[in-house]
Design a protein around this ligand. Structure first.
Ligand code: SAH
Length: 389
């Protein structure tokens, strides 16, 4: 089947260099609308000028995601070998161990594709119909580049429904697995099929190291701990007490197991964070260091106001359980709340707690989560660290 061409009318191209072309930027005639979802297309101006090769989805507001700046570029295993090779080279420059996000979608020139690497085990998340169609060449490219033992497809993100994709988790190669993650010198266990997201959150790596650098001799509350990413590293850094607080029993069981493997102890508490904070506040209990890294409170644009309020409340309550001269990290992984708004809500929460706070660190995800310069909104993670009075 010959490749279809979609047309950008003259003067309609909003952002040159952007990997996204919106449906309202394209000439949406009947022929264009009839192109099957996920097809590889050429994008040209009315004058024939090449805008690139991408994949098309008439059901999505983002009608085309570009893969290459020229037309007629072959999207095959060789293409993915080259792109994944480039992504791998960057990570090998950044890290001395093979544990990282290997591919971060548009940031690595591969929209709709996320791959996490745990040595010879890979997890893949596909978020678009266009990438779903490329699964075979992607798997072939990964075999050529890395010879993985196990490849897990974590294709169960709710957002897939918007692209008309089904939800599933399966092993494309090997067996679904409990694995070890080496990060910041710490040994963690993760469950790649039963766990949340891809089983491990690499995005907080640098923020975990920063909080651990403050932890020696201190008491630490790791709220929304998952399997202990922050808490364990703090314990290894010499914290005198670490409480890991989460509503998930399996996540806390992994945290305990990881603690044993590192020769440290943590106290797991299975509870709702807000209820537990209420209890701690009522009891007057404080921690020298508090980490609050919740699930996304703003899941879509329409949740912005209630979600923003929830961040303010969390910041207030977390500040109230932070001891004198303590440190507090509040994070948001909602890309639907802009960084300024998140910071404003945290500031308001802190003010309501009656504590004086100084912002000492404003960070995002680590460098294995590169951001396309024209898609600043894909920098979803915001982590603010305050020194309290
Ligand atoms: N800080 C973690 C990642 C947190 S992910 C790390 O460094 O890896 C968010 C966590 O919040 C999940 O583990 C989830 O189980 C937990 N969670 C979600 N809602 C919760 C609630 N109401 N109370 C307690 N934990 C909750």
């Amino acid at each position: 089947m010959s490749r279809k061409t979609v047309i950008l009318p003259k003067g309609r191209r909003a952002r040159i260099g952007s990997p996204w072309i919106f449906a309202n930027e394209l000439k949406m005639d009947a022929a264009t609308k009839a192109i099957p979802s996920g097809s590889i297309v050429n994008v040209r101006g009315e004058d024939g000028r090449a805008f690139g090769t991408g994949y098309f989805n008439a059901r999505s507001l983002i009608a085309v995601r570009l893969l290459a700046p020229d037309c007629d570029v072959a999207i095959d295993a060789d293409f993915f070998v080259a792109r994944i090779g480039q992504a791998l080279h960057l990570r090998q420059t950044l890290y001395d161990k093979p544990f990282y996000r290997l591919v971060h979608a548009e940031g690595d020139g591969l929209p709709g594709l996320v791959i996490d690497r745990f040595d010879d085990v890979l997890t893949i998340q596909i978020g678009s119909a266009g990438m779903e169609k490329q699964l075979d060449p992607i798997l072939a490219a990964l075999d050529a580049a890395l010879k993985p033992r196990t490849v897990i497809l974590r294709n169960d993100a709710p957002s897939r429904a918007l692209e008309g994709l089904e939800s599933y988790v399966r092993a494309a190669k090997g067996e679904g697995a409990r694995i070890v993650v080496m990060e910041n010198g710490c040994r963690y266990f993760a469950d790649l099929t039963g766990g949340q997201k891809t089983g491990w959150y690499y995005d907080q790596r640098d923020n975990r190291a920063f909080m651990a650098s403050l932890a020696k001799g201190k008491s630490v509350l790791d709220a929304y701990s998952y399997s202990g990413g922050f808490g364990l590293l703090a314990a290894r850094a010499g914290a005198k007490e670490v409480v890991c607080l989460d509503s998930s029993a399996p996540a806390l069981a992994l945290a305990e197991e990881s603690a044993r493997a590192n020769g440290v102890t943590i106290k797991p508490v299975k509870a709702d964070v807000i209820e537990e904070l209420e209890r701690l506040i009522a009891a007057g209990e404080k921690f020298d260091i508090v980490i609050a890294d919740p699930p996304p409170f703003v899941k879509s644009k329409k949740d912005l106001e209630p979600g923003a309020k929830a961040y303010r409340k969390l910041a207030r309550m977390a500040a109230e359980v932070t001891g004198r001269s303590g440190f507090l990290l509040v994070a948001s992984c909602s890309h639907n709340i802009p960084p300024e708004r998140f910071a404003a809500e945290c500031a308001a929460g802190m003010a309501r707690s009656g504590r004086a706070a100084a912002l000492i660190r404003q960070a995002g995800a680590g460098p294995d989560h590169p951001v396309h310069p024209l898609l600043p909104e894909s920098a979803y993670l915001k982590a603010l660290v305050y020194a309290l009075d």
